[in-house]
Design a protein. Structure first.
Length: 255
Protein backbone atom coordinates (compact mmCIF):
# COMPACT_ATOMS: atom_id res chain seq x y z
CA UNK A 1 0.00 0.00 0.00
CA UNK A 2 0.95 3.65 -0.35
CA UNK A 3 1.53 5.78 2.73
CA UNK A 4 0.70 9.48 2.27
CA UNK A 5 3.47 12.04 2.57
CA UNK A 6 2.81 15.35 4.35
CA UNK A 7 4.30 17.92 6.69
CA UNK A 8 3.19 18.27 10.32
CA UNK A 9 3.24 21.08 12.83
CA UNK A 10 4.96 20.81 16.21
CA UNK A 11 1.93 19.06 17.71
CA UNK A 12 1.87 16.37 15.05
CA UNK A 13 -1.13 17.81 13.19
CA UNK A 14 -0.80 17.24 9.44
CA UNK A 15 -0.62 20.38 7.30
CA UNK A 16 -3.06 19.49 4.54
CA UNK A 17 -5.14 21.57 2.15
CA UNK A 18 -8.40 20.30 0.70
CA UNK A 19 -6.65 19.92 -2.66
CA UNK A 20 -3.85 17.83 -1.11
CA UNK A 21 -6.36 15.52 0.59
CA UNK A 22 -8.32 15.21 -2.66
CA UNK A 23 -5.14 14.28 -4.53
CA UNK A 24 -4.26 11.67 -1.90
CA UNK A 25 -7.74 10.13 -1.98
CA UNK A 26 -7.65 9.93 -5.77
CA UNK A 27 -4.25 8.22 -5.61
CA UNK A 28 -5.83 5.50 -3.46
CA UNK A 29 -8.79 5.17 -5.83
CA UNK A 30 -6.46 4.72 -8.81
CA UNK A 31 -4.42 2.17 -6.87
CA UNK A 32 -7.35 0.22 -5.39
CA UNK A 33 -10.36 0.54 -7.72
CA UNK A 34 -9.49 2.60 -10.84
CA UNK A 35 -12.54 1.31 -12.71
CA UNK A 36 -14.78 3.57 -10.60
CA UNK A 37 -13.45 6.64 -12.42
CA UNK A 38 -14.65 5.37 -15.80
CA UNK A 39 -17.78 3.57 -14.62
CA UNK A 40 -19.17 5.52 -11.63
CA UNK A 41 -20.27 3.17 -8.83
CA UNK A 42 -20.06 2.91 -5.03
CA UNK A 43 -16.46 2.71 -3.85
CA UNK A 44 -15.99 -0.62 -2.00
CA UNK A 45 -14.96 1.00 1.27
CA UNK A 46 -15.14 -2.14 3.43
CA UNK A 47 -12.77 -3.96 1.08
CA UNK A 48 -10.46 -0.93 1.09
CA UNK A 49 -10.13 -1.08 4.87
CA UNK A 50 -9.83 -4.84 5.16
CA UNK A 51 -7.94 -5.84 2.00
CA UNK A 52 -5.90 -2.77 1.09
CA UNK A 53 -5.19 -1.15 4.46
CA UNK A 54 -5.29 -4.57 6.18
CA UNK A 55 -7.35 -3.26 9.08
CA UNK A 56 -9.62 -5.36 11.26
CA UNK A 57 -13.24 -4.22 11.07
CA UNK A 58 -15.35 -4.95 14.13
CA UNK A 59 -18.77 -3.91 15.35
CA UNK A 60 -19.71 -2.92 18.89
CA UNK A 61 -22.08 -0.61 20.73
CA UNK A 62 -19.67 2.24 21.32
CA UNK A 63 -22.06 4.08 23.65
CA UNK A 64 -25.54 3.74 25.09
CA UNK A 65 -26.96 6.58 23.01
CA UNK A 66 -25.24 6.49 19.60
CA UNK A 67 -22.96 9.43 20.37
CA UNK A 68 -19.93 7.67 18.83
CA UNK A 69 -19.98 6.25 15.31
CA UNK A 70 -16.47 4.92 14.95
CA UNK A 71 -13.08 4.41 16.56
CA UNK A 72 -9.63 3.79 15.13
CA UNK A 73 -7.31 1.77 17.38
CA UNK A 74 -3.57 2.41 16.98
CA UNK A 75 -2.19 0.16 19.76
CA UNK A 76 -3.52 -2.83 21.68
CA UNK A 77 -5.81 -1.51 24.41
CA UNK A 78 -9.04 -1.94 26.33
CA UNK A 79 -11.98 -0.06 24.82
CA UNK A 80 -15.13 0.58 26.86
CA UNK A 81 -18.12 -0.73 24.92
CA UNK A 82 -21.77 -0.75 25.89
CA UNK A 83 -23.42 -4.00 26.91
CA UNK A 84 -27.17 -3.48 26.36
CA UNK A 85 -28.06 -6.64 28.31
CA UNK A 86 -26.17 -5.54 31.43
CA UNK A 87 -26.87 -1.84 30.90
CA UNK A 88 -23.24 -0.96 31.59
CA UNK A 89 -20.00 -0.23 29.75
CA UNK A 90 -17.52 -3.09 29.80
CA UNK A 91 -13.81 -3.05 28.84
CA UNK A 92 -13.19 -4.92 25.61
CA UNK A 93 -9.68 -5.90 24.43
CA UNK A 94 -9.03 -4.58 20.92
CA UNK A 95 -5.93 -5.12 18.80
CA UNK A 96 -3.92 -2.43 17.06
CA UNK A 97 -5.03 -1.81 13.50
CA UNK A 98 -8.74 -2.17 14.25
CA UNK A 99 -11.61 0.05 13.22
CA UNK A 100 -14.70 -0.20 15.42
CA UNK A 101 -18.06 0.77 13.94
CA UNK A 102 -21.12 1.34 16.07
CA UNK A 103 -23.75 -1.39 15.76
CA UNK A 104 -26.50 1.18 15.19
CA UNK A 105 -24.99 1.88 11.75
CA UNK A 106 -26.02 -1.67 10.79
CA UNK A 107 -29.34 -1.72 12.60
CA UNK A 108 -30.99 1.58 11.72
CA UNK A 109 -33.03 1.74 8.55
CA UNK A 110 -31.36 3.79 5.85
CA UNK A 111 -28.03 4.13 7.67
CA UNK A 112 -25.86 2.59 4.93
CA UNK A 113 -24.59 5.94 3.57
CA UNK A 114 -23.63 7.06 7.06
CA UNK A 115 -21.95 3.71 7.72
CA UNK A 116 -19.90 4.01 4.52
CA UNK A 117 -18.87 7.56 5.37
CA UNK A 118 -17.87 6.50 8.87
CA UNK A 119 -15.57 3.77 7.53
CA UNK A 120 -13.92 6.16 5.07
CA UNK A 121 -13.56 8.74 7.85
CA UNK A 122 -11.79 6.21 10.07
CA UNK A 123 -9.52 5.27 7.18
CA UNK A 124 -8.52 8.93 7.06
CA UNK A 125 -7.52 8.83 10.72
CA UNK A 126 -5.47 5.67 10.15
CA UNK A 127 -3.61 7.19 7.21
CA UNK A 128 -2.99 10.70 8.53
CA UNK A 129 -3.16 10.83 12.32
CA UNK A 130 -0.96 8.25 14.02
CA UNK A 131 1.60 10.82 15.16
CA UNK A 132 -1.05 13.33 16.19
CA UNK A 133 -2.68 10.94 18.62
CA UNK A 134 0.61 10.06 20.23
CA UNK A 135 1.11 13.73 21.02
CA UNK A 136 -2.36 15.12 21.78
CA UNK A 137 -3.58 15.41 25.35
CA UNK A 138 -0.51 13.66 26.72
CA UNK A 139 -1.62 10.41 25.09
CA UNK A 140 1.89 9.07 24.60
CA UNK A 141 0.68 5.65 23.50
CA UNK A 142 -1.76 7.03 20.94
CA UNK A 143 -4.15 4.15 21.63
CA UNK A 144 -7.30 5.17 19.81
CA UNK A 145 -9.27 7.91 18.12
CA UNK A 146 -12.94 8.26 19.09
CA UNK A 147 -15.23 10.01 16.62
CA UNK A 148 -18.44 11.65 17.87
CA UNK A 149 -21.57 11.43 15.74
CA UNK A 150 -22.15 15.18 15.63
CA UNK A 151 -19.03 17.31 15.91
CA UNK A 152 -19.84 20.96 16.64
CA UNK A 153 -17.59 22.58 14.05
CA UNK A 154 -18.38 25.58 11.84
CA UNK A 155 -16.47 26.07 8.59
CA UNK A 156 -16.73 29.83 9.11
CA UNK A 157 -14.99 29.71 12.49
CA UNK A 158 -11.67 28.07 11.62
CA UNK A 159 -9.64 30.53 13.69
CA UNK A 160 -11.18 28.95 16.79
CA UNK A 161 -10.80 25.32 15.75
CA UNK A 162 -9.01 22.98 18.13
CA UNK A 163 -6.45 20.41 16.99
CA UNK A 164 -9.21 17.82 17.26
CA UNK A 165 -11.42 19.92 14.96
CA UNK A 166 -8.68 19.94 12.31
CA UNK A 167 -8.20 16.20 12.53
CA UNK A 168 -11.93 15.63 12.14
CA UNK A 169 -12.09 18.02 9.19
CA UNK A 170 -9.21 16.23 7.48
CA UNK A 171 -10.86 12.84 7.93
CA UNK A 172 -14.24 14.18 6.80
CA UNK A 173 -12.60 15.67 3.71
CA UNK A 174 -10.78 12.44 2.93
CA UNK A 175 -14.02 10.46 3.25
CA UNK A 176 -15.82 12.83 0.89
CA UNK A 177 -13.04 12.77 -1.71
CA UNK A 178 -12.58 8.99 -1.45
CA UNK A 179 -16.24 8.01 -1.68
CA UNK A 180 -16.90 10.62 -4.37
CA UNK A 181 -13.77 10.71 -6.57
CA UNK A 182 -13.62 13.85 -8.71
CA UNK A 183 -13.30 12.13 -12.12
CA UNK A 184 -16.09 9.69 -11.26
CA UNK A 185 -18.44 12.44 -10.07
CA UNK A 186 -17.77 14.47 -13.22
CA UNK A 187 -18.47 11.38 -15.32
CA UNK A 188 -21.71 10.76 -13.42
CA UNK A 189 -22.72 14.39 -13.97
CA UNK A 190 -22.01 14.05 -17.69
CA UNK A 191 -24.08 10.87 -17.88
CA UNK A 192 -26.91 12.58 -16.00
CA UNK A 193 -26.99 15.52 -18.40
CA UNK A 194 -27.09 13.20 -21.40
CA UNK A 195 -29.83 10.99 -19.98
CA UNK A 196 -32.19 13.38 -18.18
CA UNK A 197 -35.65 14.21 -19.49
CA UNK A 198 -38.31 16.75 -18.66
CA UNK A 199 -38.97 15.00 -15.36
CA UNK A 200 -36.44 13.34 -13.15
CA UNK A 201 -34.28 13.62 -10.09
CA UNK A 202 -31.73 16.33 -9.38
CA UNK A 203 -28.06 15.80 -10.06
CA UNK A 204 -27.37 15.71 -6.32
CA UNK A 205 -29.88 12.93 -5.79
CA UNK A 206 -28.50 10.99 -8.75
CA UNK A 207 -24.96 11.27 -7.39
CA UNK A 208 -26.12 10.11 -3.96
CA UNK A 209 -27.70 7.03 -5.53
CA UNK A 210 -24.79 6.21 -7.84
CA UNK A 211 -22.16 6.38 -5.09
CA UNK A 212 -24.38 5.25 -2.17
CA UNK A 213 -23.75 8.33 -0.06
CA UNK A 214 -26.15 10.70 1.66
CA UNK A 215 -27.82 13.47 -0.32
CA UNK A 216 -26.05 16.06 1.82
CA UNK A 217 -22.66 14.46 1.20
CA UNK A 218 -23.36 14.44 -2.55
CA UNK A 219 -24.35 18.10 -2.57
CA UNK A 220 -21.30 19.16 -0.55
CA UNK A 221 -18.97 17.27 -2.90
CA UNK A 222 -20.62 18.78 -5.98
CA UNK A 223 -20.12 22.23 -4.48
CA UNK A 224 -16.46 21.49 -3.70
CA UNK A 225 -15.94 20.38 -7.31
CA UNK A 226 -17.66 23.48 -8.68
CA UNK A 227 -20.48 21.43 -10.27
CA UNK A 228 -23.95 23.01 -9.94
CA UNK A 229 -26.55 20.75 -8.35
CA UNK A 230 -28.88 21.14 -11.30
CA UNK A 231 -32.50 20.11 -11.53
CA UNK A 232 -34.23 19.05 -14.77
CA UNK A 233 -34.13 21.27 -17.88
CA UNK A 234 -37.83 22.07 -18.06
CA UNK A 235 -38.59 22.37 -14.35
CA UNK A 236 -36.10 24.77 -12.83
CA UNK A 237 -38.38 25.06 -9.79
CA UNK A 238 -38.17 21.33 -9.01
CA UNK A 239 -36.70 20.63 -5.60
CA UNK A 240 -35.75 17.38 -3.90
CA UNK A 241 -38.63 17.57 -1.45
CA UNK A 242 -40.96 17.30 -4.46
CA UNK A 243 -39.42 13.96 -5.41
CA UNK A 244 -40.01 10.54 -3.94
CA UNK A 245 -36.90 9.69 -1.92
CA UNK A 246 -35.85 6.31 -0.67
CA UNK A 247 -34.90 6.12 3.03
CA UNK A 248 -31.22 5.52 2.20
CA UNK A 249 -31.09 8.87 0.42
CA UNK A 250 -32.24 11.00 3.30
CA UNK A 251 -31.38 9.20 6.54
CA UNK A 252 -28.32 10.21 8.47
CA UNK A 253 -25.33 12.21 7.31
CA UNK A 254 -21.92 12.46 8.86
CA UNK A 255 -21.38 16.16 8.34
Amino acid sequence: MIWPSFRMNRRGIPILSRAAIDETALRYIREFCPEVCDSPAPVPVEAFLESYLELNLEYRYLSNDGRYLGMTVFTDCLVPVWDPEKGTAEPCPVSAGTVLADNTLLEEEGAVPRYRFTLAHEAGHFLFHRTAFRMLDGNKEGSLMICPADADRSEGDRDNWTDFDWLEWQSDTFASCFLLPGPAVRKAAENWRLARGGWGESLGLTVSRVFNVSLQAARIRLKDLGIPDEQTPFRSDLTDDMLILEPDDIHGTYF
